[in-house]
Ligand binder design. Structure first.
Ligand SMILES: NC(=O)c1ccc[n+]([C@@H]2O[C@H](COP(=O)([O-])OP(=O)(O)OC[C@H]3O[C@@H](n4cnc5c(N)ncnc54)[C@H](O)[C@@H]3O)[C@@H](O)[C@H]2O)c1
Length: 242
């Protein structure tokens, strides 16, 4: 059976490590596109792990990464489009957001996903498998008020993008979905003494956070366990947005 190839953007981040591990445990070839290399020796030493330094806001760099993958493998099975961050200046809302950060945020949190799908589509289509996926990581900022105006606009735009392509992708046996995350602390140790997390916790009915492992399990389930989820926004937030 051909090796399954999963491309993960933003894999070097706090949630990314868990997602990478989950797909490596499945013996996928995992190719991470990120501007920084992951600092985790176990992952770096895994023969199925590959890193291509790529700024996903730059379509030329994505084309370069695609070329490398195309020459080596010719196809991919899954695209997990996960890279994204809010801008510091938007934490204070419309009073503080810098004009240049509006563009930066939209470029990273929305445009880059569209570039990635456009550029990697050939490699997904080249794969004769009937089980292929694009999973884009969004946020509950897309559906409820948690501040961060440009980030929220971008994540919400991702929903419209996902809906607009889900039918045509399904014709190519590619299941496209978004996963909207609530607050996900990267390390359990940082929760108790952290004022930001403690304030957030008060607003979550179940008084617990989604963890990186939950995100990995959800993406993996959409990719390999369930078959019928197409064109959906899966909210993974411990009820933070209800
Ligand atoms: N952690 C949370 O509480 C939370 C909540 C909701 C949604 N999310 C979403 O989950 C995803 C992952 O978040 P995280 O918490 O792991 O964030 P993180 O900041 O830990 O990781 C983000 C990763 O994206 C990479 N990145 C940033 N700009 C890039 C660029 N131009 N090109 C390539 N890579 C780039 C960074 O190097 C980093 O490895 C993001 O899309 C984020 O919006 C996170």
């Amino acid at each position: 059976m051909a090796k399954k190839i999963t491309v993960i953007t933003g894999g070097s981040g706090g949630i990314g490590r868990s997602v990478i591990r989950k797909f490596l445990d499945n013996e996928d070839k995992v190719i991470v596109l990120d501007i920084q290399k992951i600092r985790n020796e176990k992952i770096l030493e895994n023969e199925n792990f590959e890193f291509i330094k790529t700024d996903i806001t730059n379509p030329e760099e994505i084309e370069e990464a695609k070329k490398i993958i195309e020459e080596k493998y010719g196809y991919i099975n899954n695209l997990v489009s996960m890279a994204g961050v809010n801008m510091k200046s938007e934490i204070g809302g419309m009073e503080t957001i810098a004009i240049e950060d509006i563009d930066k945020s939209i470029k990273l949190n929305l445009n880059s996903h569209i570039y990635l799908v456009k550029i990697f589509l050939d490699l997904l289509k080249n794969n004769p498998s009937s089980k292929k996926t694009i999973t884009m990581i969004s946020s509950i900022n897309a559906i409820s008020d948690h501040g961060l105006p440009a980030y929220s606009a971008a994540k919400s735009g991702l929903y419209g993008f996902m809906k607009s392509i889900s039918n045509s992708m399904a014709e190519n046996r590619i299941r496209v979905n978004t996963v909207s995350l609530g607050t996900v602390p990267h390390n359990d140790e940082t929760i108790e003494e952290n004022e930001y997390f403690q304030t957030k916790l008060q607003k979550i009915a179940i008084k617990d956070f989604v963890r990186p492992k939950d995100v990995a399990d959800t993406i993996f389930a959409i990719t390999y366990i369930t078959r019928g989820i197409i064109g959906q926004n899966i909210v993974l937030d411990m009820g933070q947005s209800i």
